[in-house]
Design a protein around this ligand. Structure first.
Ligand code: 2AM
Length: 175
């Protein structure tokens, strides 16, 4: 048994928002735009940890459990396409301070504990499509959903028989 797992901290999306997003996506993008992410896998990553030993994961989870941050509301009013990684995403034009603080804390704790963080600035997003390497016509607007962030989770990414599944291992409330 390997003692390391591919982990990341993220904000979960409520089931209703996951369902609404995939229903809208089906009308907003043609099938050739990219590979749709399964509804249950839609999330907003706060800090990517990579392959992490169980020991390191326990230490990072303990640190996450000490975080006291206020809950916040996020308006999902932005859309974009990054052709290099082939990602079409849903995001926000104005990231709330609470979101930026939470991500900064988790990323700093990860970096101090042997999980190097990307030098790219944090750009909060929910990946909707992968494999989107050709130009994509983006719809002019999103439905403008709001996401009430009341907790964050540690997720494990597992790929079995070609299918990736993100499983929440632990969850912590925001104040
Ligand atoms: P993405 O959706 O933009 O690809 C699980 O893979 C989650 O971790 C996804 O949200 C993914 O972001 C993110 N992720 C994967 N590799 C990453 C990396 N090297 N740096 C930052 N985030 C990463």
């Amino acid at each position: 048994m390997p003692d390391s797992r591919r982990l990341f901290f993220a904000l979960p999306l409520p089931d209703a928002l996951q369902q609404a997003a995939v229903a809208w996506r089906a009308t907003a993008f043609p099938p050739e735009a990219g590979r749709p992410i399964a509804a249950a896998n839609l999330h907003l990553t706060l800090a990517f940890l990579g392959e992490v030993s169980d020991r390191k994961a326990e230490a990072l989870a303990a640190l996450a459990g000490n975080i006291v941050q206020p809950r916040f509301t996020l308006t999902l009013d932005d859309l974009g396409h990054w052709p290099r990684p082939g990602v079409v995403w849903l995001g926000t034009r104005r990231a709330p301070r609470g979101l930026l603080q939470l991500a900064a804390l988790l990323r700093a704790q990860a970096a101090r504990n042997g999980c190097p963080q990307s030098a790219q600035p944090f750009h909060p997003h929910i990946t909707l499509l992968r494999g989107a390497v050709h130009p994509v016509a983006l719809p002019p607007a999103t439905p403008g959903w709001t996401l009430e962030a009341t907790h964050f989770c540690l997720y494990e990414s597992r790929t079995e028989r070609g299918r990736t599944r993100y499983q929440a291992l632990q969850s912590w409330p925001l104040a």
